[in-house]
Design a protein around this ligand. Sequence first.
Ligand SMILES: Nc1ncnc2c1ncn2[C@@H]1O[C@H](COP(=O)(O)OP(=O)(O)OP(=O)(O)O)[C@@H](O)[C@H]1O
Length: 455
Amino acid sequence: MSDRPRTLLIVEDDPALQKQMRWSFDGFETVVASDRESAIAQIRRHEPAVVTMDLGLPPEPDDVGEGFGLLGEIMALAPDTKVIVLTGQHDRDNALKAVALGAYDFFGKPFEPDLLTLTIDRAFRLHELQLENRRLRDSQSSPLSGLLTRDPGMLKVCRTVERVASANATVALLGESGTGKEVLARALHALSPRTKQRFVAVNCAAIPETLLESELFGYEKGAFTGASKQTPGKIETANKGTFFLDEIGDLPMALQAKLLRFLQERVIERIGGREEIPVDVRIVCATHRDLKQRISEGLFREDLYYRLAELVVEIPPLRERLGDALLLAHAFIQRFCRENARPVLGLSEDAVAAIEGHDWPGNVRELENCLKRAVIMADGVRITAEDLGLDAADETLEMLNLRQVREAAEKQAVIRVLARTNNNIARAAEILGVSRPSLYDMMNRYGLKKENQDG
Ligand SMILES: Nc1ncnc2c1ncn2[C@@H]1O[C@H](COP(=O)(O)OP(=O)(O)OP(=O)(O)O)[C@@H](O)[C@H]1O
C-alpha cells in the first residue's frame, strides 16, 4: 500500500449532507467542495485519488449539466482520479452516461454509508495499484523490471537473483509451473557479465529422449543414420554464455550421467566424436518437480542434484504472493487492451473477488491467459467474473462490513506469513510490519496459537 494519504474529495452542495458525509468517511482524509469551481480548485490543490460527486450542482441543482461538466473537467485534468457519481435513485441513464464518460462507479441517493465506504476503499486500492504498476513499469532500468510483484517473498527472490547473477555458480530455480522461472533465468543472464553472449535454453520435458542427447551434445557426420553433417549441440552453442536447462527433473537417467560428467569436467564429446571440446557456460536449471522426492524414488541422481543446486532459488506460487494476483491482472489488462486496440477495461467487484479468491494452480501463466481471454470476451466497460470464466467468490458485499473485510484480510495475511516463515515470529512480524506483541495479539484474536501452528 502506498504512503500517500488517502484523500477523498466530496463534492456536495447541501451543507447538511456534506457534513454527514465527512463524518461517515472519516477513515479517509476528506476535503469538500460545493460547486464546480471549488471542486477543481481542490483537485489542483490536493490531487485526491477518489472523488464523490453529486451530479446536480449549483447554479441549477436540478440539472445534471454542471455535474457532467465537472466530470469531464476532472477526467481531462487528472484522468487517473476515481470519480463516484451520486445520482437520484432511479436515474440509471445518467449514471450509465457518467460511467461512459470515465466515472469509476455510481451510487443512488440516499446511499448507505457502509456500502459507499467499501466502494471508496476499493477505488483507492485500484488507484494505488495503478500507481504501483506505473512505477514498476517506469523503472525499466533492471532486467527484472518486467517481473511484477510487491510480495515480500517474491521481492526477496528478485534480490537474490540480482545478488547471485554475477557469480558463475550453477543456479537451480525451483517453483511450480508458470511462476516465472524462465523470466528469472533470463534475468540472471542479463544481469551477469555474460550478458553480451548467448542465452540458450533447452526444455528437457519437451524433447523426446532419443533426440535429447544429440540436441544437448551434438553429433559428428555419420554418427547415426541421418547424421549428414557435423552438428554442434546446444551446450556448445552457448559457449561463453548461459545455458538454461528447463524441466531438469525430467532429464532421463542415461543423460543425467552424461550431464554430470560435463559439469565435473566442463568438456563435451559430440555423439560419434572422439574429441573433448571444452565449453565455458554458466548453467541455470529449473524444475517444477520436487527433486528430493525424485531422488528418493530413484529417478534423479543425488550427485547431479548437488552439482546443480549450488545456489537454490525457491519461487513462491502465485496464491502465496499477497496482492500480486490483482497487481498482475491490472498490468495484463492494460497490455491486452493496448494490443487489441481497445480502451482500458476496469474490473467489476465480482471479478476482483474471483481473482483474489482463485487458487491459480497454473500461476502467472494461467492468470495471463485468463485475462487475455477476458479482454476479448468483455462487452461492457468492465470485465466480470463471468468474462474471466471464474466463479464469483462466495462472499457478497452486502454480507460484509469494512471491519469484517479488514479482519479477514488480516487473518489471511498472518496465516500466510507464518506459514512462509515457518512460524518464526520475529521474522513474520518484520514482514507484516508490526511489532511482535501486536503479532501475538492478532494470533490470539484469530485463534492462531503458536502451539497449534507448531502441531
Ligand atoms: N512476476 C511476473 N510479472 C509479469 N509476468 C510474469 C511474471 N511471472 C511470470 N510472468 C509471465 O508468465 C508467463 C510464465 O512465466 P515463465 O514461462 O517464466 O514460467 P515458468 O515457471 O518458466 O513456467 P514453466 O515451469 O511452465 O516453464 C510468461 O509469459 C511470463 O512472462
